[in-house]
Design a binder for this molecule. Structure first.
Ligand code: PMP
Length: 361
């Protein structure tokens, strides 16, 4: 049996043990060719095979329509904060952004360098505890796109609905929610996600973009950041992050073996439900987010007495329940329940929380 700890890190996050074991087994000699995947040309038949299988598996998992390109890029989700306006916001244009927390605010600040940003709605007025419904949004009639953050990794807010922006392309930062359940990709103009939560190791960002949005980059856009250049070159305009791409491919295969996103969605639904139910029934722990807007993947909670935080974390570590400390900007605790965090991990966490409450409540 494994001695691996239960890892609740927000990212880089837990990876499935089966994937790590497979990568380990293949590391020195990838499928009998005498090299590791890191040591072969990205243009070799072998690597191109790895890359296109990963793309196809992702397409299968998310049922990505044929008129979307899938790009495997670098620079993390943060680079997308600039790359999106450089590609989709014409000089002098306006883009609508929805502010639901720290990650949407970062996207807003970066986009302001490239044009006019209309913050069409903000959760600020309710202390970021609730997502404004679409009836409360003030969208601009001439927006080049609408950007939102379906899951706020730090605040723990998640939309359980997809905004309807008509003909205006909807752009979504899905870094911490992609692959957690089925998704209707056709509702979006562009989806992006840093890999280090549900896709694989850091160093890779996946972009799913509708083909008609390619070829719109402003002339000052660096070649490396032009989506069309990436799409025309199969994400190999330069040397891609080959190890990360390969590992993402192993994760996609693993997800298919688990039964795909329908099955993952059922497990993920149960995992978060259990933890929220426990927190809501407790008098020591609490989560402030409006019930309908609670994140499945990132569950922040505080202890009624912050003086107990240290003891709580120490006890958790002693039980191999790791990385439960909240983000440095907000404190408290946070349990991230990505795909590779098993239901047994959530059960172990709840058992520990109950025991700690009994001793300290
Ligand atoms: N958006 C969201 C929702 C995130 O959670 C993160 C990282 N935690 C980022 C963007 C930034 O990602 P990266 O570090 O890959 O730039």
């Amino acid at each position: 049996m494994s001695t691996r700890a239960y890892n609740f890190c927000a990212g880089p996050a837990a990876l499935p043990e089966a994937v790590l074991r497979r990568a380990q087994a293949e590391l020195l000699d990838w499928r009998g060719i005498g090299l590791s995947v890191m040591e072969m040309s990205h243009r070799s038949d072998e690597f191109v095979g790895v890359a296109s299988k990963a793309e196809q598996d992702l397409r299968d998992l998310l049922a990505i329509p044929a008129n979307y390109k899938v790009l495997f890029l670098q620079g993390g989700a943060s680079q997308q904060f600039a790359q999106i306006p450089l590609n989709l916001l014409p000089e002098g244009g306006t883009a609508d952004y929805i502010d639901t927390g720290i990650w949407s605010k970062k996207a807003i600040e970066e986009a302001r360098r490239y044009g006019t940003v209309n913050v069409a709605a903000s959760a600020k007025s309710c202390d970021y505890f609730r997502i404004p419904r679409q009836e409360e949004w003030t969208l601009s009639p001439d927006a080049a796109y609408v950007h939102y953050t379906p899951n706020e990794t730090i605040g723990g807010l998640e939309y359980d609905w997809i905004p309807d922006t008509g003909d205006v392309p909807l752009v979504a930062d899905m870094s911490s929610t992609i692959l957690s359940r089925p998704l209707d990709v056709s509702r979006f103009g562009l989806i992006y996600a840093g890999a280090q939560k549900n896709i694989g190791p850091s160093g890779l960002v996946v972009v799913i973009v509708r083909e008609d949005l390619l070829g719109r980059a402003r002339s000052s856009c660096p070649t490396m950041l032009d989506y069309k250049v990436a799409a025309d070159n199969g994400s190999m305009y330069n040397t891609p992050p080959t190890l990360g791409w390969y590992l993402a491919g192993l994760i996609f295969e693993w997800l298919k073996e688990q039964g795909g996103l329908e099955a993952m969605g059922q497990v993920n639904r149960r995992k978060q439900q259990k933890l929220y139910e426990f927190i809501d029934a407790s008098s020591l722990y609490s989560n402030p987010i409006a019930t309908a807007d609670r994140s499945w993947m990132n569950i922040p909670f505080v202890l009624a007495d912050a003086g107990l935080d240290k003891a709580f974390l120490a006890g958790a570590s002693a039980r191999q329940l790791l990385n439960l400390q909240g983000h440095r900007s907000v404190g408290g605790m946070r349990a991230s329940l990505y795909n590779a965090v098993s239901e047994a991990a959530v059960d172990a966490l709840i058992a520990y929380m109950a025991e700690f409450e009994k001793e300290n409540g």
